[in-house]
Design a protein around this ligand. Structure first.
Ligand code: SAM
Length: 284
């Protein structure tokens, strides 16, 4: 059962009543342009929730849009590189990738695995920090772009840190990568319901799965005052919401169905205003 503590309840309520997100949705319903854009994206995500794997056209366009040359936020991302002591701060002060690194560092301390892939890595602060600290573990950053090594070079490349470009479902399904562990942060929330199921189905040899994902209030639900947990999400029907119109999945149900045992399932303070983070560590 996912744990949620009281400060997080307060944070959720602030996020809801902070209204930035909610106001835009209401504005959208009233025909306001900016809110309308958000509503359009929300509808698109809802309409694609059962689409399954991405088509080649979509994959090609993501590859182009997110190439090294097109990565306008590269410097901003690199500036968040994790330095010694950063992971000793309270979780509420940590950017998302730092939280993910802390969660994975703790999990690697408990579980002996030889390899881990960061899916949706792009600028991979997590592997950059942990690879030198776990020299016997092979780290692989996986994302669509062809130029991952170029974007990540300023982080200092460790010999046990590798890059593989492609669509994770294909790479795992074909055996092109065979990691014993998987980490994802801010990525499984982009996968639609069937796509995430197909993804989990490729993980039959994975022993450790670590997820650190944004978790937002569900403002369009009638019981909006409640802090929803993943278990509140109807099976197979992710809730679309939050500032980025993320999919909020019922992770415990999906992971259990795919043969994982849940070791950690908790909602912790987020880094973006209003967002919380959902953390899960699952093993088999
Ligand atoms: C929001 S970014 C997060 C990047 C990084 N993990 C971070 O926290 O900064 C999501 C990344 O996942 C990749 N991605 C998006 N949709 C995906 C999908 N359906 N399957 C796998 N990767 C995806 C994108 O290329 C992008 O680099």
């Amino acid at each position: 059962m996912t744990s949620v503590d009281l400060p997080i309840r307060a944070r959720f309520h602030r996020a809801f009543w902070g209204l930035k997100d909610t106001a835009l949705r209401i504005a959208g319903r009233l025909g306001h342009e900016r809110g309308g854009d958000r509503l359009a994206v929300q509808h698109l995500r809802e309409a694609s929730a059962q689409d399954g794997r991405l088509t080649n056209d979509v994959l090609n366009s993501m590859r182009a849009q997110q190439s090294h040359a097109a990565n306008k936020n590269l410097a901003k991302r690199l500036a968040l590189a994790i330095r010694p002591g950063d992971l000793d701060r309270p979780l509420s002060d940590m950017p998302m990738q730092h939280k993910a690194a802390k969660l994975l560092e703790d999990a690697l301390g408990r579980h002996r695995i030889s390899s881990i892939a960061n899916i949706g890595a792009r600028v991979d602060l997590v592997s950059a920090y942990l690879a030198p600290r776990f020299p016997s573990v092979k780290f692989t950053s996986v994302d669509f772009q062809d130029d991952l090594a170029v974007s990540n070079a300023p982080l200092g490349l460790a010999t046990n840190w590798h890059f593989v470009s492609g669509y994770a479902l294909d790479l795992l399904g074909s055996g092109a990568i065979k990691p014993e562990g998987i980490i994802m942060t801010s990525t499984s929330v982009l996968m639609n319901n069937r796509e995430l199921d197909e993804f989990f189905a490729t993980l039959s040899s994975v022993k450790l799965l670590v997820l650190n994902e944004a978790w937002w209030p569900f403002p369009h639900r009638l019981d909006f005052w409640k802090v929803h947990t993943p278990e509140d999400v109807p099976e197979g029907r992710p809730v679309v919401g939050g500032r980025h119109n993320n999919y909020h999945h019922n992770y415990p149900e999906k992971l259990t169905r795919h043969g994982f045992q849940i070791e950690v399932s908790r909602i912790v303070p987020g880094s973006e205003a209003g967002a919380c983070a959902y953390q899960v560590v699952a093993t088999r």
